[in-house]
Each structure stands twice: as structure tokens, then as C-alpha cells.
Design a protein around this ligand. Structure first.
Ligand code: VG1
Ligand code: CO
Length: 544
């Protein structure tokens, strides 16, 4: 086979963010843009010769074209086996699983996750290492540095590959496997959960459910698992066909973007359980009849109930949450005497903790949770965890959540996002907050006495690597917190995230509407960062 070397010039904007490189499709389509990045990834790895690579994406616009380019570059760089999801489709957790199952060297996930898709929207690419998890910062930094000096990339001159037929064939001595996207993942789920129990609860009508795949990757997975394997009635999975533009929606499972589902659950005749997932299938939103479970609570409830799930029945080693995630899981860890870690935002920071068995469960406030079964967050795993829990405890979602609050107290929580803020203004806001921090110690704002005000930095307890500037936190003596961060996944300007949290032990206060309960903290947060004066905005773009 002929290998060409294509001359290219570097781009200066290929720095991976919280979860890979995300840009508008038009940028990815610039000459050699994708190829430069992929070659930079391979150049930053020790040695790809003779290794196995997993490839797949969430099916968004450009997925197929990008895959054909990547296949040619991967073969030219010496990979000897490519494992590719049929139709070019693989959810992020399925990629993670396939890497682990096949002991592959790594994988490339093509997705911009919860960002919209389509010709004028976003595309993304992310490299995962041999543990199945996102490349750690050391590697993403090396990839970025390489991308700044790259002068050429290698391309194998081969025909376009048929991605749509399951097959195993060779291109000279390179083994190509086009695999069913769902089977191995579904098999893994049967190893973790009590499928018979869930099936029984569904057959007997104790559990009725609706799953919104948002026209993204989880459609085929959810149909197979919920409808075919667990016997949920046909139509239980809605928006189940993956579309290149996700039907024009934001494939982001929250009350704002999964509105159809939210409306269903807060009206008469709601099923017992509902859930949604995002573009690449790693997020989850959990709903019950007339209740939305915040992701932070969901993580805490899973930690408190792990013993009910076959995979975790023998106990869990510890838990972790990203810094802005509420402290609800910390309370469970304390009560159960479990180690609890606070990491920066992004799944890459959980990898070392999971690999060294310091934790079994972990999660983020941004609708992400998972366990040591893969090294990514896993939307359908969380849904199955809840289904298994409801079937086992024979209680509704509302009963489970309310009992949890009664036992541990409630961390009332919300996130306010200001999207597409002018980057210069956003940076000024952070300069201002950094100047403010030292002046805040012991200050009193109404009911709130500042107990600490700092910028979060994290030292990985396994490899001792340090990650700085991971968000600004202001904690109060009553346990409340305000956190400010800039998003690392947005593609237009800057997105300011304000995370708000207030703890209440008093069960009379547990029924409060979060925005009302948090009103004084929200005012305080806006006063600290001056978002409204500085941007002229009158309200947040998205409140979750
Ligand atoms: C967001 C979330 C973060 C999550 C990341 C990737 O990052 O806040 O918790 O890990 O998205 O999720 P940021 O930097 O925009 O806040 V996904 O589902 O896009 O892979
Ligand atoms: Co995602």
C-alpha cells in the first residue's frame, strides 16, 4: 500500500478543552485541519506500530467523512487493527468499553457531545488511552504542542471503507473490524445489573418508562436494552433515531433542552420513570413522576444505595465528584466511612482514581455519573442503576429521593450558565474575582459568613500531577457554596458557569423550589462577578 506524506502548516487553535477538541464544522473542514490534529495525536503517543485502535462517533454531521480520513491516517501510522462501530457509530462509554474489552491501545471518539450538530454547528474529536478513559492533561498538552509545529501527516492510499456492513477484512496486513455498536456494551450492562428483576418490574407494570434519546447516539442502545432486552413497550424510547443534526435540537439532557420529556413527567399520566441522554451517550437526566433528580443528588443516592446493585453489592472502595458538583455525595461518604475525592471538572481526572481502585463511583453536576466498569461517564448505566434500584426498593423515584434528603439533608443546587459571552469580558470577570478573593475572608453577607475563598487547584493523589486554575470557590460557614468557572467545551466566545449550593437539614425546607431557595445566593454570586453590569445581560442563558 502506498503511504503519502502530505505537507501541511500548523493551526494555533487545536488545544483540547475539558473533553477533546471542539470547533464549528467549518473549522474542522479547513484544509488539513482534522488530519493535522489526528497526526499530532499519533505523534504524541509512544508507538502506534502494530497496535489496535477503536473508532466511532455520535453520528453527527461530518462523522462519516472524518472517519474515512482518520482510517487512512491511522493505517499510515502503523496501526495493525481498527475496530470501528457499524455506521461509524459508537457512544462514548461504548468506545471506552471496547478499548478495555479488546485491550486496544486507544480510541478516537468523534463527538461534540451535548453541543448541537449539523453543517453550521459543532464537531469534535477526543483521544482515549488504553484504560478506556480520556487522555490525561499531560497527553493533551503534548498533542497541542505537537499541533503547533506539525509540518506534514501520513496518509494511506486506500479505497473508501464500507462502514455500514458488519465485517472483518484485511487491507494488506491491517485488520479492519466493523462491529455492531451495541452488543458488547449491552452485554456489559447485563453483567452489572439484575436484568431479570428489572424485566419483571416492567412486565408487571410496576415500572413504566420513557427514555428520550434526543435523536442522538443512545437511540439504538436504548431500543435494544429497554425495549428488546427488558421488555419495555415499543415506543418507550422516543427520538430514537440518530440524526446528523439531532433533529435541530441541543442533545443536552436537562429540563430546558429535553422539554418534551419534562412536560410529560410534570403532568398527569406520567410514567414511573423517565430519562434522557446526550449527543454521545455519556450524560443522563433522571426523572420520576413529578420529580427531577439533580445529578449531584443522583450520585449521592447511588453511593448510598450501591449495595442494592449486583455489581456493587460487595461494597464500593470510595467516591469522587468534580469540584462544582454538590457536596451531597460527601455526606454519604462520611456516613459510610468511604474515601471521597474532589477533582477538577472533566472525566479525565477520575481515571487514576478508578485505575488504582481508590473509588468505584464518581460523578459530575453536569448530568454525568459512572463507575469502574468503564473510564467514561455513562448515561445508560445511570439509567439502569436507577431502574434496578426502583425495582429492588419497590419505591418511586420521589420516595427514594425524599427519604435520602430526610436521612442526609438536602443540598439545594442549581447552575446558571451565561453562554457566548465576549471572551475579553469573561477574562476581566475572572481577573476581578481573583482580586476579590483575598478581601472576602470572614466577611458577612446577610446569613452568609465566608469561610474560604480560593481558586481550586488539584494534586492528583496517584501521579502527583498538578492542575491549577480549576474554578473559583467561595464557601460559607453554613455549608453553602458559590463556584465560578469558564467552560472548556463551548465553541462560541466564553461560557460563564455559576454553580450555587445551599445545604438544609430541615425537611420542611426540602420541598422548596431551588431558584427561590437559592435566591439570596444567586444575588450574592451576581454581585461578586458583576456579570450583569459587565455584559448587559439580564438573565442566564440556561438554568439547570
Ligand atoms: C462540561 C461539563 C463537564 C463535563 C464536560 C464534558 O464541561 O461542565 O462537567 O465533563 O462538559 O461533558 P465545561 O468545561 O463546558 O464546563 V460531555 O457530555 O460534553 O463529554
Ligand atoms: Co457527552
Amino acid at each position: 500500500m502506498n503511504i503519502k506524506t502530505i505537507t501541511s502548516t500548523p493551526y494555533n487553535d487545536q488545544k483540547p478543552g475539558t473533553s477533546g477538541l471542539r470547533k464549528k464544522v467549518a473549522i474542522f473542514k479547513k484544509p488539513h485541519y482534522l488530519a493535522n490534529f489526528v497526526q499530532s495525536v499519533f505523534d504524541s503517543l509512544d508507538n502506534c506500530h502494530g497496535k489496535s485502535l477503536v473508532l466511532g462517533g455520535d453520528g453527527r454531521y461530518y462523522n462519516r467523512d472524518a472517519l474515512q480520513i482518520i482510517i487512512k491516517i491511522a493505517i499510515a501510522n502503523g496501526f495493525k487493527e481498527l475496530i470501528i462501530g457499524q455506521g461509524g457509530l459508537l457512544s462514548t462509554p461504548a468506545v471506552s468499553h471496547l478499548i478495555r474489552l479488546n485491550k486496544a491501545y486507544g480510541g478516537l471518539v468523534l463527538s461534540a457531545s451535548h453541543n448541537p450538530g449539523g453543517e453550521t454547528e459543532d464537531f469534535g474529536i477526543k483521544y482515549n488511552i488504553d484504560n478506556g478513559g480520556p487522555a490525561p492533561e499531560k497527553l493533551t498538552d503534548a498533542i497541542f504542542n505537537r499541533s503547533l509545529e506539525i509540518t506534514n501527516y501520513k496518509l494511506a492510499e486506500i479505497e473508501t471503507i464500507d462502514l455500514d456492513t458488519q465485517a472483518q477484512f484485511k487491507i494488506e496486513d491491517v485488520n479492519i473490524r466493523i462491529v455492531d455498536s451495541v452488543t458488547d456494551y449491552a452485554q456489559l450492562m447485563t453483567n452489572l445489573f439484575d436484568f431479570e428483576l428489572i424485566k419483571h418490574a416492567i412486565n408487571s407494570g410496576t415500572i413504566t418508562l420513557c427514555f428520550d434519546a434526543m435523536h442522538a447516539i443512545t437511540g439504538p442502545y436504548a431500543k435494544r436494552i429497554f425495549e428488546q432486552m427488558l421488555g419495555a413497550s415499543e415506543g418507550s424510547v422516543i427520538n430514537g433515531i440518530p440524526l446528523e443534526d439531532f433533529g435541530g435540537g441541543h442533545p443536552d439532557p436537562n429540563l430546558v433542552h429535553a422539554k418534551e420529556l419534562a412536560t410529560l413527567m410534570f403532568n398527569d399520566g406520567a410514567p414511573v420513570f423517565a430519562a434522557a441522554s446526550d449527543g454521545d451517550g455519556d450524560r443522563n437526566m433522571i426523572l420520576g413522576d413529578n420529580i427531577f433528580v439533580t445529578p449531584s443528588d443522583s450520585l449521592a443516592i447511588m453511593a448510598a444505595n450501591a449495595q442494592h446493585i449486583p455489581a456493587y453489592a460487595d461494597g464500593i472502595s470510595g467516591v469522587a465528584r468534580s469540584m462544582p458538583t454538590s457536596q451531597a455525595v460527601d455526606r454519604v461518604a462520611k456516613a459510610y466511612n468511604l474515601p471521597c475525592f474532589e477533582t477538577p471538572t472533566g472525566w479525565k481526572f477520575f481515571g487514576n482514581l478508578l485505575d488504582s481502585d481508590k473509588i468505584t463511583l464518581c460523578g459530575e453536576e453536569s448530568f454525568g455519573s459512572s463507575s469502574n466498569h468503564v473510564r467514561e461517564k455513562d448515561g445508560l448505566w445511570a439509567v439502569l442503576f436507577w431502574l434496578n434500584l426502583i425495582a429492588k426498593r419497590k419505591q418511586s423515584v420521589m420516595e427514594i429521593v425524599h427519604e435520602h434528603w430526610k436521612e442526609f439533608g438536602r443540598d439545594i443546587y442549581s447552575r446558571h450558565d451565561y453562554e457566548a459571552v465576549d471572551s475579553e469580558i469573561a477574562n476581566k470577570i475572572f481577573d476581578h474575582l481573583r482580586e476579590l478573593l483575598p478581601t472576602l475572608s470572614d466577611k458577612i453577607f446577610g446569613d452568609y459568613v465566608v469561610s474560604y475563598a480560593d481558586e481550586f487547584s488539584y494534586k492528583d493523589p496517584v501521579d502527583q500531577s498538578i492542575s491549577e486554575q480549576q474554578g473559583i470557590r467561595i464557601g460559607f460557614e453554613n455549608g453553602s457554596r458559590i463556584v465560578f468557572r469558564l467552560s472548556g467545551t463551548g465553541t462560541v466566545g466564553a461560557t460563564l458557569r455559576i454553580y450555587l449550593e445551599k445545604f438544609s437539614k430541615d425537611s420542611n425546607a426540602h420541598q422548596q423550589e431551588p431558584q427561590q431557595a437559592l435566591a439570596d445566593l444567586i444575588d450574592l454570586a451576581e454581585q461578586f462577578c458583576e456579570i450583569k453590569q459587565r455584559t448587559g445581560r439580564t438573565e442566564a442563558t440556561v438554568i439547570t
